[in-house]
Design a protein around this ligand. Structure first.
Ligand code: GLP
Length: 241
């Protein structure tokens, strides 16, 4: 586990984007695993900027997002589909047919989970996975207590997660109660992982990841078992180490 401490979110975004660009340039058919939330926003901005300036091509790249809320259509402004189109896919030359997110508005979410997991497998697996960290140590929407052998599944969101994410919704009541997320085993199969951590609010969770014992009560601690993971953490987030 490599830990790269950077000054702030600006530097974090630069370092993460640089690794992604390098990967895509070297392997144009890269399969990227992508995350949402506020942490990767700057990274996506850097990718767009690089695309405009240097024309790094995403024409042959495939992407799989970690998660999506159940019940929100792709056109809903709070859906992760909308977020990805808005912040990244709509601004680079990616083939939209090669961008995948779980369909949270499908008729049967459990069937969607099987389909999604199979789709990742058929793509040859994820080459580079971007991850954020939940304040309670979740990755994707794998909340504390999720089995390390989980595949893509439907989750009931922890109340703390709904509260943390309510800042994007008109009110807490509007935050969905369920989501579809890649499982922990799905995430661990990625050949390389970048865990992006920014801000004091994540300091306790990050300490658990780096110094705590590996346990399903803090999902992100599983990452200690991954052979190729880099944590990019800003100064505020390493305060408790
Ligand atoms: C959400 C997402 C996670 C993300 C986390 C942290 O719960 N499902 O994938 O990592 O929030 O978000 P932020 O980066 O906004 O702190």
């Amino acid at each position: 586990m490599k830990v790269n401490v950077v000054k702030d979110i600006e530097e974090l975004s630069l370092v993460a984007a640089k690794r992604m660009i390098e990967k895509v340039r070297r392997q144009p058919t890269t399969v990227l695993g992508l995350a949402t939330g506020s942490t990767p926003l700057g990274t996506y901005r850097k990718l767009v900027q690089d695309f405009q300036e240097n024309r790094t091509s995403y024409k042959h790249v495939t992407t799989f997002n970690l998660d999506e809320y159940v019940g929100l259509a792709a056109t809903d402004k709070n859906s992760y589909h909308y977020y990805m189109n808005d912040h990244l896919f709509g601004q680079i030359n990616i083939n939209q047919a090669q961008t995948f997110l779980p369909n949270g508005a499908g008729v049967d979410p459990s069937e969607e989970c099987l389909r999604y997991e199979e789709k990742i497998r058929q793509s040859g697996g994820i080459d580079l996975q971007i991850l954020g960290l939940g304040e309670n140590g979740h990755i994707g929407f794998n909340e504390p207590g999720t089995s390390f052998s989980s595949q893509t599944h439907v989750v009931t969101l922890a109340e703390t997660t709904r509260v943390a994410n309510s800042r994007y919704f008109p009110s807490l009541a509007d935050v969905p109660t369920e989501a579809i997320t890649m499982g922990i085993e799905t995430i661990m199969k990625a050949r390389e992982i970048l865990l992006l951590v920014s801000g004091e609010k994540k300091a306790k969770a990050l300490r658990e990841v780096i110094e705590g014992s590996v346990s399903e009560t803090v999902p992100a601690t599983v990452l200690r078992n991954h052979p190729n993971i880099t944590i990019i953490a800003d100064e505020a987030s390493v305060k408790c180490l």
